[in-house]
Design a binder for this molecule. Structure first.
Ligand code: EPU
Length: 337
């Protein structure tokens, strides 16, 4: 375990932004993590997971701690369920593939999401009608004040759309060490009613899908719409889909009768930010080496060499334009650093 100095964070963030960390350390065990907190007690620290949900706009004048805790295991099982624990530094998609190879059901719709297991609860990752909270059983977090390990149940995490206690009251107070999932061993409950999955399965001529089929369908949909960070720097959806009042939506419908939407409750409607941004004319817009993805307007991209501030400026222009045209505020989903 060694602290490095002046390290480029380009390989550690999926946007591929080239900023420097004053100090950097890769953490491979909980013991190492605690010992850094004992020995480097006073230094400012910055916790880095998979780097897939952040936009770095400046050098990090701190000790960057890259959480690289590896390992996964079955901790118990019944005839119907299996409890699987994965450590925080496991790559999310590789972990999902492992559960699918073992025929453990529940995570198939969440295939190919970038990032690591340890950061998945923070924003309650979700895709194609499923959210992390649907299979999340519990997680262990290191309390950074006491250095005790505390367990959070599903309820205690207060999951919501792209939100949890780790973005609210517990923000910055814990490092998530591992997550336990409750998955099915048989009678898998498939979620294929999300439009794109149904049509993808039809295209593949699969009428009785398995969890493996659903995972393949999701992978193929994502690959067709979302850029692979290995090829084009990005952080997935840059904005959250705004939830507006029914009255505000009726106003929007006056001018845009075909506005897509999902009813959330009697009083609330969710509008796809991708549609707002596309309608505002930004889809596929390129400003030199960065821009808005041509197949999904919710995704901002770095074609190579863009700065975090370039992308931040573009995101602000998009927010202002959407507000002016639709009177709707869209919030960033990624963390701006
Ligand atoms: N749309 C457009 N233009 C676009 C993109 C979307 O008009 O350029 C409209 C279409 O009407 C489409 C609707 O938006 O029917 C929904 O689009 P899509 O199914 O692609 O989903 P999304 O709402 O844009 C959300 C998540 C994604 C997740 C997909 C699939 C958020 C912020 N994003 O996107 O999550 O993969 O649903 O479930 O909730 C991520 O968080 O990084 C992410 C990629």
């Amino acid at each position: 375990m060694q602290i490095q100095h002046n390290i480029s964070l380009k390989p550690y963030n999926t946007f591929g932004i080239d900023v420097k960390a004053k100090q950097f350390i890769s953490i491979n065990s909980v013991e190492d993590l605690k010992s850094v907190y004992y020995t480097e007690g006073n230094s400012v620290k910055f916790i880095l997971g998979g780097g897939s949900n952040m936009l770095l706009t400046k050098d990090i004048d701190a000790l960057v701690m890259h959480i690289n805790l590896k390992g996964k295991q079955i901790i118990s099982q019944t005839e119907e369920y299996v409890f699987v624990k994965a450590n925080a530094g496991e790559n999310w998609h590789e972990f999902v593939l492992w559960t699918i190879e073992n025929n453990f059901g529940g995570l198939e719709n969440l295939s190919l999401i970038p990032g690591n297991v340890g950061t998945s609860p923070i924003q309650n990752i979700g895709a194609y009608g499923v959210e992390l909270k649907d299979t999340f059983h519990s997680c262990d977090g290191l309390n950074l004040e006491t250095l005790n390990i505390e367990t959070f149940t599903n309820e205690e995490c207060k999951f919501d759309y792209r939100n949890s206690i780790f973005k609210q009251d517990a923000k910055g107070k814990y490092i998530i060490l591992n997550v336990v999932f409750k998955l099915t061993r048989k009678n898998h409950v498939l979620h294929t009613n999300y439009g794109a999955i149904t049509s993808e399965l039809e295209r593949l001529k699969i009428s009785k899908p398995t969890i493996q089929d659903v995972s393949k369908a999701v992978i193929s949909i994502r690959q067709s719409k979302l850029p692979d960070p290995k090829d084009i720097g990005n952080s997935g959806s840059f904005f959250k889909n705004p939830i507006i009042t029914k009255d505000a939506f009726l106003n929007l419908q006056d001018n845009f009768p075909n506005a897509p939407h999902y009813t959330i409750s009697e009083k609330e409607v969710k509008v796809p930010a991708g549609w707002l941004i596309e309608t505002a004319g930004f889809k596929g817009k390129t400003l030199g080496n960065y821009g808005v993805h041509k197949k999904q307007a919710l995704v901002l991209v770095n074609y190579g060499g863009a700065s975090g501030n370039d992308i931040l400026k573009l995101s602000k222009l998009i927010q202002e334009t959407v507000l002016r045209l639709f009177d709707i505020t869209i919030e960033a989903e990624v963390n701006i650093i």
